[in-house]
Design a protein around this ligand. Structure first.
Ligand code: ADP
Ligand code: MG
Length: 261
C-alpha cells in the first residue's frame, strides 16, 4: 500500500489448528507511518493473525518480515519477547490491567517486563514494595508515555477506576514503552462510547503524525473508515479484499461478509 517503506510484510502466513485453517495464506503489508485496518467478522482469524506477527503462536507456514537496520528481515520463529524488543508493541483484545494498582504502576510494570522480561510476580512485588528494583528510568519512561497519550493527570488513579476508553488508552501507553515503530491494536474501540472512540481515533492520528505505524484489528467498520489509510478484510482465515477504505466498503464480497451472513 502506498509508495513508502514497508515496515511489516506478511507473506503467505498460514495457521492451522488441527483441521481448522484459522489463517489461510494471508498476504498484506503495512507501510511506514500508515494506519492499516484488519477487519472481518468474528472468527475471521484477526486475533490469530496478530498472534502470528507477535510470535505468540508459531506459523504453520509462511514468513513475516519486519523492517529493521535498513531492510526487511524475517521475524517469524523468533520468541515474542525478542519481537517486542525489535519494535513491535501490542495490546490485547480484552483489557489486561492490574485494576488495584495505579495507572503509572501498570505502565511501569509493562515497561519493566519489556526491558527485563522477568517473572511477573517478582516485578509486581518490587513495585508494591517500592524497593528500588524498578529503576527511576522506567518510571520516567512510563510517565512520559502516559503524558504522550493524554493520561498525565491520572498517574496515581487506580487503573480499575478509569473508564473503559481510558483503560484502553492506558494499554496503548504500556505498549508504547520501549519505543516500538509498529503498534498492533486488537479491537481497541470495542465497547467504547462514541466520544471515547473519537478520542482514541485522535490519539492514533497523533501517533501517526509522529511517524508511528499502526495495524488495527477492528470488528466495527465505521470506526476504521475515517481513520485508516488501507484496509485488509478477512473472512474464514482468508483475505477477501483490500484497498482504500472507501473502495473496500463498496466491495460486494465485503458487503456479503458483513451483511449477508
Ligand atoms: P477473530 O479475532 O477474527 O474473531 P480468531 O483469530 O480469534 O478470530 O479465531 C479464528 C478461528 O480460529 C476461530 O474459528 C477460532 O475458534 C479458532 N482459534 C483461535 N485460536 C485457537 C486456538 N488456540 N486453538 C484452536 N482454535 C483456535
Ligand atoms: Mg479477535
Amino acid at each position: 500500500p502506498g509508495g513508502g517503506q514497508v515496515i511489516l510484510e506478511v507473506d503467505l502466513a498460514r495457521k492451522q489448528f488441527g483441521g481448522l485453517v484459522a489463517v489461510n495464506d494471508m498476504q498484506f503489508s503495512v507501510g511506514s507511518g500508515q494506519i492499516v485496518g484488519l477487519i472481518g467478522p468474528n472468527g475471521a482469524g484477526k486475533s490469530t493473525m496478530f498472534n502470528l506477527v507477535t510470535g505468540v503462536l508459531p506459523l504453520t507456514s509462511g514468513t513475516i518480515r519486519f523492517f529493521r537496520d535498513g531492510s526487511l528481515q524475517a521475524i517469524s520463529g523468533l520468541p515474542s519477547r525478542e519481537i517486542v524488543k525489535l519494535g513491535i508493541g501490542r495490546t490485547f483484545q480484552h483489557v489486561r490491567l492490574l485494576p488495584t494498582m495505579t495507572v503509572l504502576e501498570n505502565v511501569a510494570i509493562g515497561a519493566h517486563l519489556r526491558a527485563k522480561h522477568g517473572d511477573i510476580s517478582e516485578v509486581i512485588s518490587s513495585v508494591l514494595c517500592r524497593n528500588q528494583k524498578i529503576e527511576d528510568a522506567l518510571l520516567l519512561e512510563a510517565k512520559r508515555q502516559l503524558e504522550r497519550v493524554g493520561l498525565g493527570a491520572m498517574l496515581h488513579e487506580e487503573a480499575g477506576s478509569l473508564a473503559l476508553g481510558q483503560q484502553r488508552i492506558l494499554e496503548i501507553a504500556r505498549a508504547l514503552c520501549c519505543d516500538p515503530s509498529l503498534l498492533l491494536l486488537d479491537e481497541p474501540a470495542a465497547g467504547l462510547r462514541y466520544k471515547e472512540k473519537q478520542e482514541l481515533a485522535s490519539l492514533l492520528n497523533k501517533l501517526k503524525a509522529e511517524g508511528m505505524s499502526v495495524l488495527l484489528v477492528e470488528h466495527d467498520m465505521d470506526f476504521v473508515m475515517n481513520l485508516t489509510d488501507h484496509l485488509v478484510v478477512m473472512e474464514f482465515g482468508t483475505k477477501i479484499a483490500e484497498g482504500l477504505p472507501q473502495q473496500v466498503q463498496q466491495n460486494p464480497a465485503v458487503l456479503e461478509a458483513y451483511l449477508g451472513g
